[in-house]
Ligand binder design. Structure first.
Ligand SMILES: [Zn+2]
Ligand SMILES: [Zn+2]
Length: 343
């Protein structure tokens, strides 16, 4: 079978490999779709802490079970060949102080399939631990369901924010994460949701997923301050701007991934005087099962969010397109026959 391999920092190849074998309590999955996100570019550029090359990338995956390893169904699971599944890519040690205190997403030995040391899903077939595999309904669209992993991150994001009826929420960035955070906001009690993005095309997608207030600058929004401000850009200027727009007793969330070596300016006096909370959120924590359930219940509108699909041969092109910010969510579909423009 064929696999995309990140051989070393900045070096990618398409290689022929034997099929992976599922080990004890592991499942072999035929890949349907795997989303590309900023993490993949960080891994490729050697900027992701802990990545071990060579590595098959791809952590936002769905597929169909084609084989079960020994012992998979000995406990609570009931998996079968042919089941449609989504995969939580995070694995943790279960022994460090963060795992033992319920913060597995901060595990000292955190490992993500396709991110750190285990191969991901940008190959025709891949193996995942059974405890990371979530069964989908047969009628769930397996391509669109590759948004469940980012949705699980967004749900985790809302887990650390207040859920108050009537709050006004401002989101910076209309990329995948911004659109997911914005679509969840009404379910967290928001009376209004505003999204800002410099890119008009992305604001159009925000409209298509139901975001009512959309602007290229928060200056134009007709409101001075918001109860909850969420940065989904990682852009320092957006973060500095957002921090000035939080109401007293409000919350600011660093959701986007800022460059590790950059700092932002804010007024510590205002944070003190106005009791502003600044919170961070990292990946998925106990939110994957909820993401599956909410996705299948129609909590988000996936169709306008996925713009292109690529076969394995075109992986490098997909990564380049992602860097340029062209399109919406880009997916790799390793078992498809050709790359496609979907929107
Ligand atoms: Zn991702
Ligand atoms: Zn741990």
């Amino acid at each position: 079978m064929r696999a995309v391999v990140f051989e070393s920092e900045g070096k990618l190849s398409l290689t022929e490999r034997p099929d992976p074998e599922p080990g004890y309590k592991e499942i072999l999955i035929e890949t349907a779709a795997v989303g590309i996100c900023g993490t993949d570019t960080h891994v490729f550029d050697g900027e992701f802490e802990g990545t071990v090359f060579p590595l098959v990338p791809g952590h936002e995956a769905t597929g169909t079970i084609i084989a079960l390893g020994e012992g998979v169904n000995d406990g609570v699971f009931d998996f079968h060949v042919g089941d449609h599944v989504a995969i939580n890519p995070s694995t943790t040690c279960g022994e460090c102080e963060f795992c033992l205190n319920g913060h597995q997403n901060l595990c000292r030995f955190w490992n993500g399939l396709g991110v750190v040391a285990s191969d991901g899903a940008s190959q025709e077939r891949f193996v995942a631990p059974a405890s990371n595999v979530y069964k989908l309904k047969p009628e769930t669209d397996l391509f669109e369901a590759a948004l469940i992993e980012p949705l699980a991150c967004a749900i985790r994001g809302w887990d650390v924010l207040p859920r108050r009826l009537g709050d006004h929420v401002l989101v910076y960035g209309a990329g995948t994460m911004g659109l997911l955070m914005a679509q969840l906001a009404p379910r967290a009690g928001a009376a209004s949701v505003t999204v800002v993005d410099l890119n008009e095309d992305r604001l159009q997608t925000a409209a298509e997923v139901g975001v009512e207030h959309r602007f290229t600058s928060a200056d134009d929004a007709g409101r001075e301050k918001w109860d909850v401000v969420i940065d989904c850009t990682g852009n320092i200027r957006a973060i500095e701007d957002g921090l000035t727009r939080v109401k007293p007793a409000g919350f600011f969330q660093d959701f986007g991934v800022a460059p590790a070596d950059r700092t932002a300016n804010y007024s510590p006096f205002r944070v003190y005087r106005d009791e502003i909370s600044i919170v961070g959120t990292m990946a998925v924590l106990n939110s994957f099962g909820r993401a599956v359930e909410m996705f299948e219940a129609g909590a988000i509108r996936p169709t306008p969010m996925i713009s292109h699909s690529f076969v394995l041969d075109d992986y490098a092109e997909a990564l380049e397109m992602f860097r340029k910010g062209t399109g919406r969510k880009l997916q790799i579909r390793p078992n498809d026959t050709e790359s496609r423009v979907l929107l």
